[in-house]
Design a protein around this ligand. Structure first.
Ligand SMILES: C[S@@+](CC[C@H](N)C(=O)[O-])C[C@H]1O[C@@H](n2cnc3c(N)ncnc32)[C@H](O)[C@@H]1O
Length: 334
């Protein structure tokens, strides 16, 4: 595997290690235990992966750091055609730039590792995955999920993020002349006002739209700790979110955002209710403000089973002096 050059800019020295951890975690879900090692070929860094199984190439094709895959034949490298799940132009993910945006590659890694940990990891490759980001900001996860052909729900309490993302998405589908409908309105349940919401229904081609082979992006501008009546119970396969870092990021400075553990503890019952049995929650978090042990304990207190190694996490990396970033994944067993 040739690791995408951008990942070196994002994670500096951690890029090959994070890529190796993603490969091992995702392939393990498909019953493969690969040997992964860094190698220098003619002055260029690659990862060598020894693995077998029908899912290996499709899985490797969709990892966050994959730039190109080759099969080694003696001294030579034979290119392997990638089997990427990419249904729309990739500028969907890259156009928006703003303070507090979660890194795209890290978001993709989090989605991949979380989807692979469900009871049915094949849904990640066959497209039948229902994704939710319950603190979605301006939609990095929503864009990545849409690009990969999944339907996705986003929630965020910040009205400005909602308005900005709704405007961006509408402009983007129009600019790419994608057939779509977009319904916007107020959410109400039992006569109670619950904020704003929009639903975009879109397909990569006119024919797909006509035959109803569409995806939806639904965004609720509301408090994530109270989703009752807004998101159907047992309708989501994977919840992925980049939790507040506990440091000031632009406008996201409310009291609970500075105490991510307290916020997660309050939100968890609402989130778990929306998950299907066998579904997973994947959280990106700052170990400085949410100690790993406390987070793992909190997830287990809500009845989830933590499936990643939080003690010696291969995904832990330093972003800057105030952010020691990691991820944790937990599954709803019953
Ligand atoms: C780290 S940011 C997510 C950024 C996002 N991944 C992106 O790339 O745009 C965390 C988000 O949590 C949201 N948030 C904090 N408290 C919330 C609450 N009670 N309900 C819903 N969203 C909340 C903030 O508004 C913020 O957008």
């Amino acid at each position: 595997m040739l690791v995408a050059p951008s990942s070196n800019r994002v994670y500096a020295d951690a890029a090959p290690r994070l890529a190796a951890a993603e490969i091992e975690t995702v392939l393990a879900a498909f019953g493969s235990t690969p040997d992964v090692a860094p190698i220098d070929l003619a002055g260029v860094d690659y990862l060598t992966i020894s693995a077998s199984g029908d899912e290996v190439v499709p899985a490797l094709s969709n990892l966050s750091a994959t730039f190109a895959l080759f099969e080694r034949e003696g001294e030579l490298l034979r290119p392997i055609p990638l089997q990427r799940r990419q249904f729309y132009p990739s500028d969907l993910v890259t156009i928006q730039k703003y303070q507090g945006k979660t890194n795209e590659q890290w978001t993709r890694l989090l989605l991949n590792v979380t989807a692979a940990a469900t009871k049915r990891p094949s849904k990640w490759l066959d497209g039948g995955l229902d994704v939710m980001d319950p603190m979605c900001g301006r939609g990095t996860t929503l864009n990545i999920a849409l690009l990969a052909g999944y339907s996705v729900t986003g929630v965020d309490v910040d009205r400005k993020d909602y308005d900005t993302y709704a405007a961006f998405l509408k402009t983007w589908v129009q600019a790419h002349r994608l057939k779509h409908t977009m319904d916007r309105g107020a959410s109400t349940t039992g006569g109670r006002a619950r904020g704003r919401e929009f639903t975009l229904e879109v397909a990569p081609t006119k024919d797909a739209f006509k035959t109803g082979d569409t995806q939806t992006v639904r965004y609720l501008s509301t408090d994530t700790t109270d989703l009752g009546g807004l998101v159907r119970a047992a309708s989501i396969d994977v919840i992925v979110t980049d939790t507040p870092y506990g440091v000031q990021h632009g406008s996201h400075g409310d009291r609970l955002s500075r105490r991510p553990l307290e916020l997660l503890d309050r939100a968890m019952p609402a989130w778990i209710r929306t998950l299907r049995t066998g579904g997973t929650v994947g959280l990106s978090y700052n170990r400085h403000v949410a100690p790993a042990e406390n987070l793992a304990l909190m997830l287990e207190q809500h009845g989830l089973i933590v499936v990643t190694d939080w003690r010696d996490s291969p995904f832990r990396h330093r972003v800057d002096a105030s952010i020691d970033r990691d991820l944790i994944v937990a599954r709803k067993e019953s």
